[in-house]
Ligand binder design. Structure first.
Ligand SMILES: [Zn+2]
Length: 353
């Protein structure tokens, strides 16, 4: 099968498109013929190599994907060849203390497709049958491939961890990233007032088109002052943190008394300065979140279908040009998801460029 893979860690020049052996599904596994796959920051980290997380080489990246069931392994029930599916990128053991109580993303052996196993940047990928979800009917293949990881992550952050309610206010840093855009879509549908930030006026105007209520350019103004001004000094109920070091103090200062800050990542660095007085005096809750449980996945896929949510697709590239997708991700200029069209039949191009 054709695949985008790398033989050694490094920059994007380590990526090659070539032939790899088609995987064979074992018991409980399904072979999916990939129609489209999508990039995440994780793919860059895996390509560069992460200390303490050895992966087998050569390696195929890609956590997100959508396609059709091509074969089922022994003991797989409920899925047939030809079923149109989306993939939960989470991998869990199913037997540990946390899996046993339905907290699969706390699994002691938790892994991610495309990191701990070969991923979706290939004509076929092998996944546990429990990872499948029905492809929402209103989404084209590139969209279906583009929502799994980010909408799952944003769903758990807002719904399961922060328990966002209608009428509350949310601050989302760095609109343009996949999780940030998924959080915007979900928070608006829940009925929250949403503040977003970016250093780009273009990204902010696109966010307004997607329903953002207040937009703040952090290069032109002070985020804390603007959030406080817009909320009569109160602050917001929930802050969605994916940025880390660069925004952490802003998050603490923007949260209302009793507010919740929910974090799933630290793309600008893991060790921000901290102001504990703000945490205890304002009685803030700092909530960590990673991917989502099986129940989160099922609820999220159902919500995407019922609420007709759509991920924002930045660019669609054929598999042969997948390296350009990694480069665009590394450059950070994207607004939405970078999709690799594996089947070769989606219109290729860049939105608005
Ligand atoms: Zn487990």
């Amino acid at each position: 099968m054709r695949a985008l893979y790398f033989d050694g860690h490094g920059d994007t020049s380590a990526l090659t498109v070539g032939e790899r052996r088609r995987p064979v599904p074992g018991p409980g596994e399904v072979l999916v013929a990939v129609r489209a796959a999508a990039l995440n920051h994780l793919d860059l980290f895996v390509l560069r190599g992460m200390p303490g997380i050895p992966i087998g080489l050569p390696h195929i990246g890609g956590a997100d994907g959508a396609g059709t069931v091509a074969a089922t392994g022994e003991g797989v029930a409920g899925w047939r060849e030809g079923d149109e599916v989306v993939l939960n990128p989470g991998l869990w053991c199913g037997t540990c203390e946390f899996c046993s109580r339905g907290e699969e993303s706390l699994c002691v052996r938790f892994g991610i497709v495309g990191e701990h196993a070969d991923g979706t940047f290939a004509e076929y990928v092998k996944v546990p049958a429990s990872a499948l979800g029905r492809k929402p009917g209103h989404l084209a293949w590139p969209e279906a491939a583009a929502f799994g990881l980010t909408f799952l992550t944003a769903w758990r952050m807002l719904m399961t961890r922060a328990r966002l309610m209608a009428g509350e206010s949310v601050l989302i840093h760095g609109i343009g990233g996949g999780v940030a855009l998924a959080a915007l879509a979900i928070a608006k549908r829940v009925g929250a007032t949403v503040f977003v930030t970016s250093g780009s006026d273009d990204k902010l105007s696109r966010a307004r088109e997607l329903g953002a209520d207040r937009t703040i350019n952090y290069t032109a103004g002070d985020v804390v002052r603007e959030v406080r001004a817009e909320t009569a000094k109160r602050g917001v109920d929930v802050v969605v943190e994916t940025v880390g070091q660069a925004t952490w103090m802003t998050s603490l200062r923007c949260a209302a008394r009793g507010g919740r800050i929910v974090t799933c990542g630290a793309t600008t660095g893991p060790s921000p300065s901290e102001e504990l007085r703000l945490v205890f005096w304002n009685q803030l809750s700092i909530l960590g979140s990673t991917m989502g449980s099986r129940a989160d996945w099922q609820a999220m896929v159902r919500a995407v279908e019922e609420w007709q949510l759509r991920p924002v697709v930045d660019t669609v590239l054929p598999l042969e040009r997948g390296r350009e997708g990694y480069e665009r991700m590394a450059g950070g200029g994207q607004f939405g998801k970078i999709v690799v069209d594996v089947s070769g039949d989606a219109p290729v191009g860049k939105r608005g460029a």
